[in-house]
Design a protein around this ligand. Sequence first.
Ligand code: GLA
Length: 406
Amino acid sequence: MKNYKIKGIAMSCILFFFTQLHAQKFESLAQTPPMGWNSWNKFQADINEQLIKETADVIVSSGMRDAGYIYLVLDDGWMAPVRDEKTGDLVADPKKFPHGMKAIADYIHSKGLKFGIYNCAGTKTCQGLPGTRGYEYQDARLYASWDVDYLKFDWCYSDKQNAEESYTTMGKALLSAKRPMIFSICELGTNKPWIWGAKMGHLWRTTDDIGVQFDGYIDHKTWKQLSIMTMIDQQVGLEKYAGKGHWNDPDMLEVGNGLTASEDRLHFSMWCMLAAPLMSGNDLTKMSQTTKEILMNKDVIAIDQDPLGFQAFRYSNEDSVQVWFKPLQNDEWAACFFNRSSVTKNINFNWQRENVNDTLHKKSLPTASANFNLYDLWKKKNIGNTRNPLNVNLAPHDVLLIRLSR
Ligand code: GLA
């Protein structure tokens, strides 16, 4: 018996060693969707030391850190236009970051946060700064020496590169630098990263860039920014690719950047339903009370961070009203109803007649045999149970987000 046990342990050790040998990423990271702040949506390349330090301070003082927003990510624009002549290393822009990146990392870490940085798989970043192509291992070592915890890796100036190969190379480079970093694949969905991204990455962008727009898109002639609704449309069917340690990324949040309060609530609700990474993208130093209440609604964040790690599926889409469901731990569920149109819509949802079935995760909502209480996560109150039909009016662009529990 004893012998049998020892053999079992030895086998597990060998198996563990073998999987580590073949590991293509830091497996234990991003077990729930990563949360944090990224400089791009609000500031684009106009970033500097003072802004980043103030942002780090306010993440803590506002309560964002304690709500889970841990990763502070510097997007494009942190670098000098050329690599170091002698070493070939990337250099921080000396005007914007006079004390260099390690000093920024130390400051961010001193606040109990984690530090993220940006580059591109191509020869240049989207802003024309030095890209990583040909420098993958060198850049990974440099980031490790700066104590970087998260790398967002974009896809500009990648010309004829093969996406899967390029991201595999960078993933291996990060592993060999031996500092655990979340690897955020920002390939924009062109080469279907949801099919291969989980091998080397922890999240992958599924679309082009988001903009401050509710529906349709913002046309910049040579490129388009997508709206909240277009983003949501493009997530349908991708739920099977998401799970612990590997998430679909419908881009960073625009909450607090100019949408109405109900649009912001809808946007945030749906990102949480989708188990999307929650990277805030607003000016945290100037957040309104409404923005704070949205970004830090802990019950809504709990839907995103649910330990099962399931992405919601679209249950129905009729007459501009969509209904989405997401199974949660302990046999609870989240339900999201939203109104895409510009007129008020009446919702009449008879729980006893509907057949909510998540075939992917083999979970169904047993409203015939069990009674679920309905808790409105924005109004923070009970609104009935599943014995009775739900009957509510939804204002234009508004959302109803419910947690169902027995
Ligand atoms: C791309 C990305 C954005 C941002 C910019 C930076 O457009 O999709 O999220 O990183 O590049 O230039």
